[in-house]
Design a binder for this molecule. Structure first.
Ligand SMILES: [Fe+2]
Ligand SMILES: [Fe+2]
Length: 474
């Protein structure tokens, strides 16, 4: 169904025919806008930003571009088209018709999943709210705001489901999504990673590369759900999410390119010299990769999880690209996973496939993360520099699961806690790394100009030149 932009809340769910739901959401809308003003991007609310807005949900024409003041962005409710006669794709009820309503017995588990997903969306906007003040270019500033408004829309996507399918509990949860705040002492966001402020752009690019990609995999699992409205919502969110990861991948790529330029110009790989020249040396970049990648590992949950087994068996949450698996029921099948033994070594444990769903999703994510890393390494090699960026082992720096609290090197080799502490600054960003990165953060707002630590992008947005004034500051 086409998106109706005549209504106060743009939508393709025929909202106008459900007066009660429409009224409830119109009641929530001003609260969302208040939240945006208070905790969305600091400053820039009256600036014209060159943003894309969804106009239809098909592959061809889902984005139109134009100058918009962020508070006027048309946040709305967009579901992918309904697939006719869709059937359940995995678990005990494989092949039966999907659900158009929430089955009573799965109500609380589905609500929790939707709330947890929904909570991350505004959280990331809150984490990034000060970044505009140190943007490396107008092009990057625009990309930040595009990501921010779309995370706001993802909140709408989850709030719609809560209002439409979960009655009074759902409405209360929707209110709470605006009450919890990232980093708040007494009412923080649900997941730990989403309570850390993102105060510099290297971390922003790492976040959009690694953490948004975690989001992609969570959405891919929910896009398989037997609860059809959730599946369709997540399918459409995935098209928006792709841009966020593009921002991360190209951002990191441009940082590396700039560093390579200076390395070749000065003929050095000495971090101290490179820092004096104002670029981010590759070992520092590697430590940030170690930090962000390992933070994301925990977001997939424990390797062995009875919860994951239950949501899979019940058809609530599948595996990414479930069609690609041979066995969608995985009833009595087993697989091997690596866990630490008690003697400081590793042993293989045989577990039910259903209990190891989290690990399968995590592995798919790791493979996907490798794509960009391989591309970066190709660029480094081509410029004649001897350095390889590596993803750390999934054992490294874990707080959840079989490897929680087991100190390892980034390669996954088990070491003593004393050694880990001693080598901390070799593995992870040190205080002085962070101070240095912060020292680079100076706002650049002249159209087409870039901060010294990042190369210009290959191309602009929507075929416009890089020099285009993507944000018109007021
Ligand atoms: Fe999102
Ligand atoms: Fe995102």
């Amino acid at each position: 169904m086409a998106i109706n932009y005549q209504e106060r809340i743009p939508n393709n769910v025929d909202l106008g025919n459900d007066r009660r739901l429409q009224r409830a959401l119109e009641h929530w809308q001003p609260r969302f806008l208040d939240w945006w003003q208070e905790l969305g991007p600091e400053g820039f609310q009256t600036s014209d930003v060159y943003l894309r807005t969804a106009t239809s949900v098909d592959a061809k024409g889902w984005a139109t571009f134009g100058a918009v003041k962020m508070p006027d962005y048309r946040w709305g409710i967009f579901l992918a088209d309904q697939e006719k006669d869709r059937t359940i794709g995995f678990g005990d009820d494989f092949g039966k018709p999907v659900w158009q309503q929430v089955p009573g017995e799965y109500r609380s588990i589905l609500r929790r999943l939707i709330v947890t997903q929904g909570d991350t969306e505004p959280a990331s906007v809150e984490q990034q709210r000060l970044l505009g003040q140190t943007c490396p270019s107008l092009f990057d500033l625009r990309n930040l705001f595009q990501v921010n408004v779309e995370e706001g829309r993802h909140l709408w996507a989850m709030v719609y489901l809560l209002h439409a399918y979960f009655g009074r509990d759902g409405r209360e949860e929707a209110e709470d999504l605006l009450m919890r705040h990232s980093g708040s002492e007494d009412n923080p966001r649900i997941l730990g990673t989403f309570n850390e402020p993102i105060s510099e752009w290297l971390s922003f690019f790492m976040f959009t590369y690694f953490t948004d990609r975690d989001g992609k995999y969570q959405l891919k699992c929910l896009a398989e759900s037997s609860f059809d409205p959730l599946a369709r919502t997540c399918q459409f969110m995935l098209t928006e999410e792709a841009h966020h990861m593009y921002v991360g991948e190209t951002g990191i790529s441009r940082i590396i390119r700039r560093t390579l330029e200076i390395m070749n110009e000065l003929k050095t790989d000495d971090p101290a010299v490179l820092r004096k020249a104002g670029v981010i040396d590759l070992p520092t970049l590697q430590r940030f990769v170690n930090f962000w990648f390992s933070s994301c590992m925990d977001l997939f949950g424990a390797e062995i999880s009875s919860n994951a087994a239950i949501t899979f068996a019940n058809g609530i949450k599948g595996r990414p690209d479930e069609r690609g698996y041979e066995d969608h029921i995985a009833h009595d099948t087993v697989m091997n996973i690596e866990v630490p033994d008690e003697k400081g070594g590793v042993r293989i444990e045989e577990v039910a496939v259903r209990s190891a769903i989290n690990d399968q999703v995590r592995n798919a994510y790791i493979k996907d993360c490798m794509v960009g890393v391989t591309r970066w390494n190709r660029m480094i090699k081509k410029s004649g520099i001897d350095f390889v960026i590596e993803l750390p082992s999934s054992r490294f720096r874990r707080n959840i699961g079989a490897w929680a609290g087991v100190p390892t090197t980034p390669n996954g080799e088990i070491i003593s806690e004393a050694e880990f502490n001693r080598r901390h600054d070799e593995f992870l960003p040190s205080e002085s790394d962070r101070v240095y990165i912060h020292s680079l953060m100076q706002q650049v707002t002249e159209p087409g100009k870039m901060a010294g630590w990042i190369a210009a992008p290959d191309r602009g947005i929507n075929n416009l030149p890089v020099e285009y004034e993507y944000v018109h500051l007021q």
